[in-house]
Design a protein around this ligand. Structure first.
Ligand SMILES: C[S@@+](CC[C@H](N)C(=O)[O-])C[C@H]1O[C@@H](n2cnc3c(N)ncnc32)[C@H](O)[C@@H]1O
Length: 276
């Protein structure tokens, strides 16, 4: 079997949490209600990032462990929350982590991360197998991530920006770092790993972007869209592609009443249960 490709660490905790997307960790009321943290809970938080959400849950549960593929995110996690367990784990091979997949957790939680982790079709079932094996019988997998159509306007504008710089559309499309499934596709994946589907929903969440320097729609594209932009050989070509995307998006995202910029996030939430 070909060795799995190592992921480039595109994540910067400083840009992500402070400038570009502080709303990711804060727009979580519903998924936290579904997680329903209890003092007896032992939770594995998949794709925890630098841990602001893990830290919100921590005081309410017995144990929570944050794992993330980005060394930069985990370094910040450890500095900010030294009292909470965290470690670097590429969750595309979660099933290869025996100390986590030994049935010691009663909940596996993930927010805004599975659409990155499940990007490659070849490793999706490894991640789900790992979630299943991490849980005790009767344990719950509780997730919120991007659904089919999530950030579709930004996604399309980035692809179009690359095409203006001479990248063939199929190559631009294939550079997407995300898998945004329909509810049915996610249900099929989860059930394929042995889980019982408890409930799921898809919801439009119009999200106002920050207006910080390095934030806004341009900051969003430069941080989250880096795997696309890497296809371009020069900084000049990348800048031109970003400018094109931002110019296109001006037509759809600007709020008339206050000039702020909105992106159409579409969230997919679900709870699945490991049979007793
Ligand atoms: C948008 S952030 C969400 C962070 C956090 N859950 C929150 O709600 O703020 C997505 C996270 O997924 C992580 N990620 C992406 N691919 C991953 C992988 N293969 N294994 C583990 N984590 C991954 C990124 O490093 C990043 O921290």
């Amino acid at each position: 079997m070909a060795e799995q490709q190592k992921q480039k660490d595109i994540w910067s905790a400083e840009l992500y949490g402070e400038k570009v997307a502080p709303f990711v960790a804060t727009s979580t009321t519903k998924v936290l209600a579904w997680l329903d943290p209890k003092p007896t809970d032992e939770i594995l938080d998949i794709g925890s990032g630098e841990g602001p959400l893990t830290a919100c849950i921590a005081p309410h549960v017995k144990r929570i462990v944050g794992i993330d593929g980005s060394p930069n995110m985990i370094e910040h996690f450890k500095k900010a929350y030294p009292h909470i367990e965290s470690r670097v784990v590429d969750c595309r091979r979660l099933d290869q982590e025996p100390s986590l997949t030994n049935g010691s957790f009663n909940k596996v939680f993930s927010n805004a991360a599975l659409h990155w982790i499940l990007r490659d079709p070849e490793t999706r079932s490894n991640t789900m197998k790992g979630c299943f094996e991490a849980l005790k019988p009767g344990g719950l997998l509780v997730n919120e991530s991007g659904a089919l159509g999530n950030v579709a306007e930004v996604h399309s504008a980035i692809i179009s920006g690359l095409v203006t710089q001479g990248i063939p559309v199929t190559q631009a499309r294939n550079a997407s770092p995300w898998w945004f499934p329909s509810l049915q596709a996610m249900k099929d994946l989860v059930e394929g790993a042995g889980f019982t589907w408890v409930k799921g929903e898809v919801q439009l969440r119009q999200t106002t972007l920050t207006e910080n320097k390095n934030g806004g729609v341009e900051g969003w594209i430069r941080l989250f869209g880096e795997p696309f932009l890497e296809l371009l050989p020069t900084a000049q070509a990348r800048d031109a592609a970003v400018k094109h995307a931002v110019d296109v998006l001006e037509a759809v995202g600007r709020q008339q009443h206050d000039g702020s910029f909105t992106v159409n996030y579409i969230r997919l939430r679900f709870i699945a249960k490991k049979p007793e």
